[in-house]
Design a protein. Structure first.
Length: 281
C-alpha cells in the first residue's frame, strides 16, 4: 500500500514513520510512504504558499493554485477536470471523525493521498475542485494536519497483510468488534500481591474467550456505552446473548477517575517518584 503525504513540513514525519511497526513495514516494502513538500509547487523566489484571507481575520490561508499544483504534479490529474487516481484525504477538524470503521474502509485502497492543512486552512475553491474525503481526529484543533496524517497512516497500515506479526492482532483490537478490548495480563501471575484472573490459567480456550467477551462488554458499558447500540444490532449467538444479559443486569459501575479525582503528587495513592537513571532498566 502506498501513502502520498502532502505537507509543508516533511521533517515532522521523520520520527513516527521511522520507528517500530511502520519502520519494519517500510523496510519490508509492505507499505510505501512518500512525503511531498507543498512548497515544491511554488515558482517564486521566496516559495510563498499562503496569503491573508479575503474579508480580513487572523491567520493565513494556503493558496489554491499551490495546493492544486502539488497534487497534480504527483498524482498526474487535472484538478477540477479529471478525477485523482486514488482517494485524497484532507485532514481537517471539520471532517468525518476517524474511527475503526473508516480506517477499515480506507485500508481497502491500494493508495491514499493525504493532504495536511496548516495555518487557517486551505482556500475553499481547491477543496471544492478536488472534493477530498475530509477526516478529523475529533473536536479539537491542531496546528496542522501532520499529526493526524501520521495517526491515520499507522491505523490503516495495521490492516495491510504482513505488517503485524500476528494477523489476528488488528481484528482483535478495541473497536474492531464494535467493543473495547478486554484487559490484558502477562507474567508474572502475581505482581505486588495482585493476581491475574484464574480463568486465564485454565487452558480452556472457549471459557477464556467467553470471559474476554464478558469483560469487553463490561468495560464498554462503563466507558463507552454509546458503542453498545450497534453491537446489540448484530445477530448474537446464544452464548453472546447470555453473557450480554448477565452484564446488562449488573449495577452500573462507578464513574472512571478524572483529572479532578485522581490523587495529587502529595496525596495518598499517588505514584512514587521514579529514579530517572533507572527508567531504562
Amino acid at each position: 500500500m502506498r501513502f502520498d503525504v502532502f505537507t509543508l513540513f516533511p521533517d515532522y514525519f521523520s520520527g513516527p514513520l521511522s520507528t517500530s511497526i511502520l519502520k519494519r513495514a517500510r523496510e519490508a516494502d509492505l507499505i510505501q510512504i512518500e512525503l511531498h513538500d507543498i512548497r515544491d509547487a511554488t515558482t517564486d523566489k521566496w516559495r510563498v504558499v499562503d496569503d491573508a484571507p479575503f474579508g480580513g481575520g487572523a491567520g493565513m490561508v494556503l493558496k489554491a493554485e499551490i495546493v492544486a499544483k502539488a497534487l497534480e504534479n504527483v498524482l498526474n490529474f487535472d484538478v477540477g477536470v479529471s478525477a485523482p487516481p486514488c482517494p485524497v484525504v484532507y485532514l481537517t477538524p471539520q471532517g468525518r471523525t476517524l474511527n475503526q470503521s473508516l480506517v477499515e474502509e480506507l485500508a481497502t485502497h491500494s493508495r491514499l493521498a493525504l493532504l495536511c492543512g496548516h495555518y487557517e486552512g486551505i482556500d475553499e475553491r481547491v477543496i471544492e475542485a478536488v472534493q477530498p474525503l475530509e477526516v478529523s481526529l475529533g473536536d479539537f484543533v491542531l496546528t496542522g494536519g501532520e499529526g493526524a496524517a501520521a495517526i491515520l497512516i499507522e491505523a490503516v497500515a495495521r490492516f495491510v497483510p504482513g505488517v503485524l506479526g500476528n494477523e489476528n492482532s488488528a481484528s482483535g483490537d478495541s473497536f474492531a468488534t464494535g467493543l473495547l478490548e478486554a484487559p490484558h495480563y502477562t507474567r508474572p501471575a502475581n505482581w505486588r500481591g495482585r493476581d491475574i484472573p484464574e480463568i486465564l490459567l485454565s487452558g480452556h480456550h472457549a471459557n477464556i474467550e467467553a470471559w474476554r467477551l464478558e469483560e469487553a462488554l463490561r468495560r464498554t458499558k462503563k466507558r463507552r456505552p454509546d458503542l453498545l447500540g450497534e453491537w446489540q444490532q448484530r445477530e448474537l449467538s446464544k452464548r453472546e446473548r447470555k453473557i450480554w444479559d448477565k452484564v446488562q443486569s449488573e449495577r452500573q459501575p462507578d464513574d472512571e477517575p478524572t483529572l479532578d479525582t485522581m490523587p495529587g503528587a502529595d496525596e495518598p495513592g499517588a505514584p512514587e517518584n521514579i529514579d530517572e537513571e533507572n527508567t531504562e532498566k
